[in-house]
Design a protein around this ligand. Sequence first.
Ligand code: NDP
Ligand SMILES: Nc1nc2c(ncn2[C@@H]2O[C@H](COP(=O)(O)O)[C@@H](O)[C@H]2O)c(=O)[nH]1
Ligand code: K
Length: 481
Amino acid sequence: MRLLHQPADSLGHDLTYDDVFMVPAHSAVGSRYDVDLATPDDTGATIPVVVANMTAIAGKRMAETVARRGGLTVIPQDIPIDVVREVVSFVKARHVVHDTPIELAPTQTVAEALSLIPKRAHRAAVVTEGGSPVGVVAEQDCADVDRFAQVRDVMTPPLVTVAADTSPREAFDRLDATAHAALAVAVDAEGRLVGVLTRIGALRATLYRPAVDAAGGLRIAAAIGVNGDVAAKAAALVDAGVDCLVIDTAHGHQDRMLDALRAVRALDPGVPVVAGNVVSRDGTEALVQAGADIVKVGVGPGAMCTTRMMTGVGRPQFSAVLDCAEAARELGKHVWADGGVRHPRDVALALAAGASSVMIGSWFAGTHESPGDLLHDADGRAFKRSFGMASARAVASRTAGESAFDRARKGLYEEGISSSRMYLDPERPGVEDLLDQICSGVRSACTYAGATTLAELHERAVIGVQSAAGFHEGRPLSSSW
Ligand SMILES: NC(=O)C1=CN([C@@H]2O[C@H](COP(=O)(O)OP(=O)(O)OC[C@H]3O[C@@H](n4cnc5c(N)ncnc54)[C@H](OP(=O)(O)O)[C@@H]3O)[C@@H](O)[C@H]2O)C=CC1
Ligand SMILES: Nc1nc2c(ncn2[C@@H]2O[C@H](COP(=O)(O)O)[C@@H](O)[C@H]2O)c(=O)[nH]1
Ligand SMILES: [K+]
């Protein structure tokens, strides 16, 4: 990466995503589909997106959906190991093409259907009998119906049924040719339900490559903190089948982290080890020397994060990523840019700065796939509740097993928001809609830079510094001046 007018260290101040822009360069890349978005960091991800280890965001549904499109989800450190074990087996048992539907028995009620359907962006459930699909219930089928009616009375027969190995292109064409068919129901040779595919799901299956392990199961990561028996927790996670370990604490450049990292490295875990968070070259080098394959970069940019307001500590994220990525690269390692991402452009700029992947939390909270229940405000707008991992709410739950005195002591150090409303974008209510937007933006950014890979994007990117007016100029206008 090169700065347009000056060397990076002559700027005199640090920059964040809004401060910078990328200059288009001569390109020999004929199509945005010629760009390969696979990360170079050995995590097996085929798109540079990682879902942050936040309880309000990263659960099993998020993990399967994002891995099916090539990204990675990090299960938070606060989840008990037996639950993580279940989540990992669930995700690894998912179909890599077909989505996991809500399954209902014919005698379940409309009320149950309506409470479960919002868990799916495709807004429908499949009714099965003895494992075989007998109907589909969409939300509109439940309008003006008694809440205690049974779903067999409101369901419609599946309009498109396909064999599980039908090509996504064929499923797309069959859906396209069938009026009112919202989804194709996929069945195995015995006619049992395997999964569902919407029109857009079939299209996506042709564009993305799932992130899969050697056995063909979807990949998943999990986090641990720096307290307690870190090596034992890491060993238990590896034994549970996680594909990547994340050691995560607010201040990663501290002895407790370095000890934790050395202990995990000594296990020879056989999966990439990520550690953070830091924002300096020194911090990056220390973590790499202690055994990190990937360093997580970002202090204070997170949407739920109050660290900078509480402490004055942090660093504008673009400069933090640029500096740490360079330090990691010199040692043959990588960084993830963690936090502060609100637009596809931020992802493109983090990758241009040298990150191998970008970690996103709050932006994904407002989707059907985040674990929280779908709520509506007084105007009927759908939202989910989110909270930071250092918020009073998260600290109270993390320390539930400790003495009242210790809990009270820890409760004083609040560095995150306990309750925030994250609204669903009516145009893009599912995390896959956001992934489409991000991947389209990054593919396009690569062709503007003349790059076919993320490594080339970093090599070729020319970055300029802009004024607030420059950033403002780039925003679209939703109504007239
Ligand atoms: N990226 C970011 O900007 C930030 C992210 N977070 C996220 O919040 C979650 C919880 O992290 P964390 O608060 O580290 O909790 P942890 O449960 O990981 O504990 C952190 C440990 O480090 C010690 N410590 C020393 N200095 C600090 C410090 N300045 N801040 C925090 N702990 C410190 C704490 O001891 P003692 O309590 O006795 O001081 C504690 O033992 C993580 O997911 C983390 O990523 C939190 C803040 C910033
Ligand atoms: N200081 C705090 N940082 C937090 C907290 N919870 C999460 N985080 C960090 O934010 C990113 C995600 O950023 P986002 O802008 O995409 O939401 C996450 O990975 C953590 O590093 C918190 O309570 N305090
Ligand atoms: K912030």
